[in-house]
Ligand binder design. Structure first.
Ligand SMILES: Cc1cc2nc3c(=O)[nH]c(=O)nc-3n(C[C@H](O)[C@H](O)[C@H](O)COP(=O)(O)OP(=O)(O)OC[C@H]3O[C@@H](n4cnc5c(N)ncnc54)[C@H](O)[C@@H]3O)c2cc1C
Length: 243
């Protein structure tokens, strides 16, 4: 059996996996686990495939995440958003904005699924996923149960998290994320790109970010890519002063 991955990687590479399954319902998990065993535990979860580069055909199981659904609640000070991991992260931001829940705009237009967002703690323009994370829910394949990590337990750092650790890549499948968004809106515009700019609404900020992102990276539908390949270097103040 072979599972074509051309539509599941933003490079659009015409590669295949030995086996594949589209996960669209939590009730499918016994079947997913059966397939993982059949493939000798060699598997990878893919959302939109916007952060992967296949050098060759994949000799294992690919689990395509299509778990969908969003839920919005609130209290006096915060909005609480729960999102199934197969939703596109940008769609989640648009769904928040449609409900006048603002705060995530700096993260708009990042390709990929909500479930992949905590993996590398996606970030852009001075804001990262961790800033709004309340929890990350996973299937723990080792302990065979659903587990909820509070934000502080995810070890988020600059483009990293506990889920990137080698052992955990084959242990946890992210099934949903929970966000906590303050009702008291704050602009996050200290990043260089915003210098000298004034914004009169979060929507204006969202549009501005859309424009600069369009200029920086090609749309993967036109030219295959996976965004930036580098991390901004972190250097000492002493070295910084030399420049
Ligand atoms: C044009 C472009 C611009 C980009 N801009 C940014 C940016 O500004 N900031 C930024 O941080 N990133 C950026 N990226 C990278 C990418 O958008 C993010 O890394 C995104 O989170 C990947 O989501 P995905 O669903 O495509 O993940 P995939 O590429 O499908 O998977 C990425 C990794 O996460 C794992 N994974 C995915 N889903 C799950 C899950 N449910 N459970 C467990 N593991 C999982 C996969 O196994 C893989 O190791 C950009 C990419 C492109 C193509």
């Amino acid at each position: 059996m072979s599972f074509n991955l051309k539509n599941y990687n933003t490079f659009g590479l015409d590669v295949s996996a030995k086996d594949g399954i589209v996960l669209s319902d939590m009730a499918m998990f016994p079947l997913v686990e059966k397939k993982i065993t059949e493939n000798n535990n060699k598997f990878i979860v893919l959302g939109q495939g916007s952060d992967v580069l296949f050098k060759e055909n994949y000799n294992g199981l690919v689990i395509i995440n299509k778990l969908l659904g969003m839920d919005f609640t609130e209290d006096q000070d915060y909005y609480y958003v729960t999102c199934q991991s197969g939703e596109y992260f940008h769609d989640l931001i648009k769904a928040c904005m449609a409900r006048k829940i603002y705060g995530l705009e700096n993260l708009a237009f990042i390709p990929g699924t909500a479930g992949a967002a905590p993996i590398q703690n996606v970030g852009a323009y001075g804001v990262s996923f961790a800033d709004f994370c309340r929890f990350v829910e996973v299937i723990d394949l080792q302990e065979q149960k659903i587990k909820r990590f509070k934000c502080a337990e995810c070890n988020f750092g600059y483009r990293t998290s506990i889920f990137k650790e080698d052992n955990n890549k084959v242990r946890y499948i992210v099934t949903s994320i929970g966000l906590k968004i303050p009702k008291k809106y704050e602009y996050h515009i200290s990043y260089g790109a915003f210098q000298g700019k004034e914004f009169h609404s979060p929507i204006e900020l969202y549009d501005f970010i859309g424009n600069i992102r369009n200029q920086k990276l090609p749309n993967p539908k036109e030219i295959g890519n996976a965004g930036s390949f580098f991390k901004n270097p972190i250097i000492t103040k002493e070295n910084f002063m030399k420049f």
